[in-house]
Ligand binder design. Structure first.
Ligand code: DO4
Ligand code: MG
Length: 290
């Protein structure tokens, strides 16, 4: 089952089950649900959604899909694929070995990525910082946990990254990763029971410029060096998430060093079992030196 958050032309926000080109709003006690957490916090989210599914569908083309997030924090894991390790060792002259060590260490790299207001949903713009000249999208399978840290679903995440800022000094990581419109999420949450097996999940990235594809690549999630429960276990050490939490699981696709994103590029990330998240890139004020 796929769940979305949407808004109609009267600005009414609602949570719905997504089937083909139709949305079935969830309606409890005469009102539309507006928080995904109301579903994700249930012991059996799919059964709850089936119970409260309205019989009257709304056509997908009559509404806009929003990022499938309420008040959750967004965290990310890093250097979980070999390609991420090698790309980061290339970009960082002074601290290359810290990426090699974290790839092999029991403790993963985990970092805070975004609060909800920094997240862009489907077809909303994602940003390149104005003080950066080397930027990439990072297409990442994203875990959706409720407040009990149960893995209840999956979505697509785009961990936008400023490679020049991070490469200059790893202590600049929060600036390379966290800023307004730094994180894409969507288009839906696929509940865990409906996801394909890990061996069947593929991530694809396509970047278009002036309607021409300028970069495309794909990777299987079975190339990830860490397990989902392993990452959730580390995230939950001495931390609570009363509103639930999203965790991007790292990128296995990094364009080679000559590539940088440009304003107006269109980034599409597809993941098996979820769908496609598409965003246009913006930058305000033009690139300038730090
Ligand atoms: O170490 C920096 C960030 C790594 C990351 O975001 C990734 O591997 O996806
Ligand atoms: Mg990443």
């Amino acid at each position: 089952m796929k769940l979305v958050k949407a808004i109609d032309d009267r600005q009414t926000l609602f949570v719905a089950i997504w089937e083909d080109d139709r949305l079935f709003p969830l309606q409890a006690h005469g009102r539309w649900l507006s928080d995904l957490s109301e579903v994700l916090e249930q012991n059996d989210p799919a059964a709850f959604a089936r119970l409260w599914r309205s019989p009257d569908p709304i056509s997908l083309d009559k509404v806009s899909l929003l990022a499938p997030i309420d008040k959750q924090e967004v965290w990310a894991a890093g250097v979980t694929y070999k390609r991420s390790k090698s790309a980061r060792m290339e970009e960082s002259e002074t601290a290359a070995d810290c990426y090699d060590r974290v790839y092999q260490s029991p403790r993963p790299e985990l970092f805070f990525k975004a609060s909800p207001h920094r997240v862009a949903g489907p077809h909303e713009p994602l940003r390149i910082r104005h003080d950066s000249k080397w930027n990439v999208p990072e297409p990442e399978l994203t875990l959706v946990m409720n407040s009990r840290l149960e893995l209840v679903g999956f979505t697509i995440g785009n961990d936008m990254s400023s490679r020049d800022i991070e490469g200059d000094n790893p202590l600049y990581l929060p600036q390379a990763k966290v800023y307004d419109q730094c994180c894409g999420l969507g288009p839906c949450i696929t509940l865990a029971e409906a996801m394909p097996t890990i061996a069947e999940i593929e991530i694809q990235l396509e970047i278009s410029r002036n309607e021409q594809v300028v970069f495309a690549d794909r990777i299987g999630v079975d190339q990830m060096a860490r397990g989902f429960q392993e990452l959730i276990g580390w995230l939950g050490r001495d931390q609570s998430f009363p509103n639930g939490v999203f965790m991007l699981t790292g990128t296995g696709i990094v364009p080679d060093s000559s590539f940088t994103l440009a304003p107006d590029d269109v980034v599409s990330i597809s993941i098996s079992g979820i769908g496609t998240l598409t965003n246009r890139i913006v930058q305000f004020g033009g690139a300038e030196e730090a």
